[in-house]
Ligand binder design. Structure first.
Ligand code: DQQ
Length: 537
């Protein structure tokens, strides 16, 4: 097969050319959404990093502007790395970002302001000469000192931020305080640390409401609030978060302990999703999550196709009613791109059943389906040792491994004869006192192309399946991106896949059941997704 036939993506955020990584400084300001991101203006591999800049009025259609922050001064001459925006009182946006100062990649934190607040797009940013505003002091590892968060303000009037770091293999979220946003002092105690995780990149820390799906401004404090701390682990390339309590006076964060805060903990997304960042959207009173989905093809392919990396579809994020985890859902604005659609109702998927969903072009689509499970008697027994590694379990029990209840789900980006497919599915097990629901992405057969990395990804879904008897799945399909949301967004998985046959009109969509028990599709809706304005891509 030809090695570089990769079609572009349709509705995922990316520039027309070159390498992108972390989303930076997302914000809503005077009616405009801003997204900055790590960008190499010279090629489709990582390097020469600047803050590229795009603006939008709906988070879906994007217009690219000139890069906003790029190396010019000793305090950022080797790179302008990740950081965050804060809207200061008086409606004044400000950015804190990491500057790389030498070839050993030693890091400092810098501040930048819009040059002209009356420019609706805030095109130009100024980096005052008094930068850097934070230097790595005694005892801080200068090459592991980066990615300042959005600031929050405590009852004392102090601003506070986190900076990611490590000491030996301990991940650290350093805490800094400032009265004026320019002079910052390191707090004696870090906000949180965990042993054995390695470097904490791109920390994020924010309040969530214990009731309802609305978001809270980052400085919010009061009753009925929990906090979320997320870190990106550069060793595993996965992110983990905890839900906990934060004391604004003592600056103490205590995770609830409902999930571990290491490599076995909760994740926003159990797939290819990294360096994420949230922001509070004052327009719609919600908190929105951006994450980066890297390529998983071969570097030579990225060079040949001339671009690499996308941002996932922005997701609203809030605390689940259980209080134990977050829930995520693609922003409602995405639905404005829905075009031609089809509906299937009350259709059985018998044991070993397979049927095609016809009538739409499914290479750029949005699919929502609800499966009804008639009985759980046939569920496979669950070995408790599997509980800490969903991914390994999915690797062993892939879509083609027969089960009791499930695997059932979708074949997306599939060729007509299923030589190629990315399987998105559930498998239900019987544990001692409950049922365990596993959600998987199995791209083992996603591409006939050589050298493509095709990892299986998986997470458990915290639902009482015996009680509800049904489970929903939504998949956003975009040529080389599959983003799936299980049980209304309780478990999310993103994959990058590179079909060589299942391209464009040759991409098919199937429903399958490879378990002994019958299941039923109570409803399936699938829409073609139109291409928005995407930075000229
Ligand atoms: N990417 C940036 C760093 C960050 C890493 C450099 C995470 O600031 O730690 O491009 O992907």
């Amino acid at each position: 097969p030809a090695s570089v036939v990769v079609s572009g993506t349709g509705f995922h955020f990316r520039p027309p050319r070159h390498w992108i990584n972390d989303p930076n400084g997302p914000m809503y300001y005077n009616g405009i959404y801003h997204l900055f991101y790590q960008f190499n203006p010279k090629g489709s591999v990582w390097g020469n990093i600047v803050w590229a800049h795009s603006v939008s009025t709906d988070l879906i259609n994007w217009v690219a502007l000139e890069p906003a922050i790029y190396p010019t001064k000793p305090f950022d001459i080797y790179g302008c790395w990740s950081g965050s925006a804060t809207i200061l009182p008086g409606n004044k946006p400000v950015i804190l970002y990491t500057g790389v100062v030498d070839t050993q990649q030693r890091q400092v934190q810098n501040i930048a302001f819009p040059k002209n607040l009356s420019d609706p797009y805030l095109r130009e940013w100024v980096k005052p000469d008094y930068n850097p505003v934070i230097l790595p002091e005694e005892g801080v590892n200068a090459s592991a000192f980066r990615d300042p968060t959005t600031a929050w303000r405590g009852p004392s009037g102090h601003w506070k931020i986190l900076v990611g770091s490590k000491r030996n293999k301990r991940g650290i979220a350093l805490l800094y305080r400032s009265r004026d946003f320019i002079h910052w002092v390191k707090a004696k105690h870090s906000l949180h640390t965990a042993k054995g995780t390695g470097m904490w990149e791109c920390p994020d820390f924010y309040p969530v409401s214990v009731k309802g799906s609305h978001g809270l401004e980052t400085s919010f404090y009061g009753e009925g609030v929990k906090h979320v701390l997320k870190n990106s682990l550069d060793v595993t390339r996965y992110e983990y978060y905890t839900v906990g309590s934060y004391d604004h006076v003592k600056d103490k964060y205590v995770p609830d302990g409902t999930s571990p805060d290491d490599n076995t903990g909760l994740r926003y997304d159990y797939g290819n999703f990294y360096a994420s960042k949230t922001f509070f959207d004052a327009k719609k009173n919600r908190r929105i999550l951006w994450g980066w989905a890297n390529e998983s093809d071969y570097v030579d392919d990225d060079i040949a196709k001339g671009w690499a990396g996308v941002q996932t579809i922005p997701r609203a994020v809030w605390l689940d009613t259980s209080g134990r985890q977050l829930v995520q859902w693609p922003i409602e604005e995405l639905e404005s791109l829905r075009g031609k659609h089809i509906v299937v109702t009350n259709k059985k998927v018998s044991s070993s059943g397979l049927w095609e969903v016809k009538g739409i072009d499914s290479s750029q689509a949005d699919v929502e389906v609800t499966f009804e499970i008639s009985g759980l008697e046939k569920a496979e027994p669950f070995d408790p040792s599997w509980a800490t590694d969903a991914e390994a379990l999915c690797g062993r029990k892939r879509a083609d491994v027969k089960g009791g209840v499930g695997p059932f789900g979708l074949h997306v980006l599939a060729s007509a004869e299923l030589e190629e497919t990315t399987a998105v599915f559930f498998r239900i097990f019987k544990a001692e006192h409950k049922h365990v629901v596993l959600m998987c992405h199995d791209p083992t057969r996603s591409s006939m192309r050589p050298k493509v990395y095709k990892p299986t990804f998986a997470g458990f879904v915290d639902v009482d399946i015996a009680k509800t008897g049904k489970i929903s799945l939504r998949s956003l399909i975009d040529h080389s991106v599959v983003e799936s949301f299980g049980a209304g967004g309780k478990t999310c998985i993103t994959s990058r896949v590179y079909p060589s046959l299942a391209l464009g009109k040759n991409a098919h969509l199937f429903v399958f059941n490879n378990g002994l028990a019958n299941v039923k599709v109570s409803t399936l809706k699938a829409w073609e997704i139109r291409k928005p304005l995407m930075n000229g891509a």
